[in-house]
Design a protein around this ligand. Structure first.
Ligand SMILES: Cc1cc2nc3c(=O)[nH]c(=O)nc-3n(C[C@H](O)[C@H](O)[C@H](O)COP(=O)(O)OP(=O)(O)OC[C@H]3O[C@@H](n4cnc5c(N)ncnc54)[C@H](O)[C@@H]3O)c2cc1C
Length: 643
């Protein structure tokens, strides 16, 4: 029997990007009497940016906007700490534009910690949400009773202490059995100066979870004053910058920090030669790293030199990490090569002949759980009451972690409240695409989001994220009154703007003709709208205008995309009953049976995306579902069925 005593409703393990969103979403969804605890090894590192202090980018920026639309923290913290904002691909189509901000990494962390503290027990700031208690500790084990996770067991200084809860969210990032490497040097830890989490890995294995081992890496950091900036081309941010969050106040308070510029340099053929000559001292190539794979889409410089052998140069962006320190991030040369090679590599780059390395690049290898162990609500299939989010699920990146954290925290709260789990569809959000990809195509390398992964990307733009998701977030209890009122104001603004382009008036037709001209910029179109200058200058209004102009320009494509969603909806809502045993499906190939057993897809649509399931198998599964339901006498009760 499960013990009713609980110290907290939800326990979130880890204070990284997944952990903070999970704790925040759980506290929101639980409501005023909810109690959440966030347990982490070092509370002063909550919200730390392990690598590049940048938020957003292509597809990732859309995810930050989605997290914001769902009431999350990432966009607010990025707006409060951004020192260079830029919309990537601004000159390309609306589906592939990605907002990005270079942040002050200390200011970012402080803002996340400030926001979390607004919900500390006893604080009165967030009346509609539950509390979040931050606890220091390392979780070594899960407490399981009658097949349900009911708490955690702490290790380290609090060895053996038990905390009980209604649900547990695990977000261990790069810390499970983590080992760091620079050249032949190796030390235990998930990040420089931080420990490794050993016990939890063994506990998961003992409970039957299938674990893997991945690696990632970070570049050296340089001292600002040791770089010859004047010889390097400048990289400027947007003016005016665009905030991520719908809640960011404008009118002098955004951007909150002074803006900076970055500079561009590059690696040289001589350095590539040196790297080739030292591959036997590179942990990934010498066999010192035990991991199955590193991030293909964010490769180390040694990987680039090997994989793109025909290239004798790669771009390197020199990016300030903070306004308060002289640390410069070398974006493009993540490496775990030995220190002497790192010095030679850096000093061979234009503008860096005198550069001083302040922190060595390193690689980290860590345990993760193969995401075939979760479903698209982030719930562990093997144990109820347990949710996994972030890098533990084999993803890479702050935004990917944060998006999963939000979904996991929300569903953990719903589990505690005995509400049905919720999920985001591939046509609703990049977060939905990511979770569906993770649970249907187990990535064998760190998973990163790209616009190309989303088949409905014209519908998943950054300008319409609030329209897509905030009403859902309101229904799920994630959005407070302020945000909801803000959303309603924006909806009114969009409707009013649509009226400005109506074909029913001569003025409307003239504006419409102008908006349909591809060369007409938003500024030119804005100047023709009947709106007061201060409103027209605001980022919120510009976003509304962008949305309306996009709707006009892409009307035909949007209609086609929506028709495509409707066509696939039948398969996406056709559920596969849990009791269906794949081996009883007549005519189903062995490979498809294995895939169904391994992934337990929830719908026929999901089954069709599994590796190993062919289109012909989908038809066979659909028929089996219908026949077996009929045979069980439940066909009439089934919520949806396949024709
Ligand atoms: C060296 C390095 C380089 C990286 N490079 C990049 C990059 O170039 N691009 C990119 O997009 N991403 C990069 N990342 C990954 C990025 O940092 C992660 O994707 C992101 O931080 C994952 O967020 P998370 O919340 O899952 O985990 P993390 O941010 O790693 O947070 C994990 C949290 O869990 C806590 N924790 C772990 N185990 C326990 C336990 N048992 N008990 C209590 N607390 C625990 C830790 O203290 C920490 O607070 C890099 C990471 C590292 C370490």
């Amino acid at each position: 029997m499960v013990s009713p005593r609980r110290d907290f409703d939800c326990l979130v393990i880890g204070g990284g990007h997944a952990g903070v969103e999970a704790a925040w979403a759980a506290a929101s969804a639980l409501g005023p009497d909810g109690r959440v605890a966030l347990i982490t090894m070092d509370p002063s590192r909550i919200g730390a940016m392990s690598c590049n202090p940048a938020i957003g980018g292509l597809a990732k920026g859309q995810m930050v906007r989605e997290i914001d639309a769902l009431g999350g923290l990432m966009g607010r913290a990025a707006d409060a700490s951004g020192i260079l904002f830029k919309v990537l691909n601004a000159s390309k189509g609306p589906a592939v534009r990605g907002p990005r901000a270079q942040c002050d990494k200390y200011a970012y962390m402080e803002e996340i910690q400030r926001l979390i503290n607004t919900r500390a027990p006893g604080s009165s700031a967030e009346a509609g949400a539950g509390t979040i208690a931050v606890l220091t500790g390392v979780v070594d084990d899960l407490l399981v009773e009658a097949g349900v996770v009911v708490g955690v067991v702490l290790g380290g200084a609090r060895m053996g202490e038990v905390l009980r809860a209604g649900a547990v969210v695990l977000t261990t990032g790069t810390f499970m059995r983590a080992l760091m490497h620079t050249g032949t040097e190796r030390c235990i830890g998930g990040r420089v100066g931080e420990a490794s989490a050993i016990g939890i890995s063994a506990a998961l294995r003992r409970l039957g979870f299938e674990l893997g081992r991945l690696k990632t890496g970070t570049p050296p950091r340089l001292a600002r004053e040791s770089i010859d900036w004047d010889v390097l081309p400048r990289q400027l941010g947007d003016s005016p910058p665009t905030p991520f969050s719908e809640l960011t106040d404008e009118g002098g308070r955004f951007p909150a920090l002074p803006q900076v510029e970055c500079r561009l340099t590059q690696t040289t053929a001589a350095a590539h030669e040196l790297i080739r000559a030292n591959l036997d001292r590179a942990p990934m190539y010498s066999g010192q790293i035990d991991a199955e794979c590193g991030p293909r889409y964010c490769p180390s410089i040694e990987d680039k030199v090997v994989r793109f052998a025909d290239r004798d140069s790669h771009h390197v962006f020199l990016e300030p990490e903070s306004l308060r320190t002289n640390e410069i991030y070398c974006n493009g040369i993540s490496t775990s090569l030995p220190c002497d090679v790192q010095v030679a590599l850096v000093r061979s780059m234009p503008g860096c002949s005198r550069a001083r390395i302040q922190r060595w690049g390193y690689a980290v290898e860590y345990d993760m759980v193969w995401p075939s162990e979760i479903d698209s609500t982030c719930a562990a299939k093997r144990l109820s009451g347990l949710f996994l989010a972030g890098q533990i699920n084999g993803t890479s990146g702050y935004e990917e972690a944060a998006g999963q954290g939000l979904v996991a925290g929300l569903n953990a709260a719903r589990f505690v409240r005995r509400a049905a789990p919720v999920r985001l569809g591939r046509d609703q959000a990049y977060i939905g695409v990511m979770l569906d990809d993770l649970v249907t195509r187990t990535p064998r390398e760190p998973y990163r989001m790209f616009t190309s992964r989303a088949e409905h990307r014209l519908l998943l733009r950054s300008d319409n994220s609030a329209e897509r998701l905030t009403p859902l977030a309101r229904e799920w209890g994630l959005v407070d009154g302020t945000r909801w009122a803000n959303w309603q104001r924006q909806a009114e603004a969009v409707n009013a703007l649509r009226g400005e382009f109506s074909v029913e008036t001569a003025d409307g037709r003239a504006r419409r003709d102008l908006a349909l001209r591809p060369e007409a910029t938003l500024e030119v179109i804005a100047a023709r709208c009947a709106v007061e200058a201060p409103i027209a200058a605001s980022a919120h209004w510009r976003r509304c205008l962008e949305r309306v102009v996009t709707e006009l320009r892409y009307e035909g494509y949007l209609r086609r995309a929506q028709a495509e969603v409707r066509r696939s909806a039948e398969l996406e809502t056709a559920t596969i009953p849990e009791w269906l045993e794949p081996s009883t499906i007549t005519g189903l190939r062995r490979e498809a049976i294995d895939a169904l057993r391994r992934y337990c897809p929830r719908t026929i649509g999901q089954a069709g995306r599994l590796a190993g399931v062919h289109p012909a198998d989908v038809a066979v599964i659909s028929i089996a579902v219908r026949r077996q339901r009929a045979a069980r006498g439940s066909a009439a009760k089934a919520p949806t069925d396949v024709a």
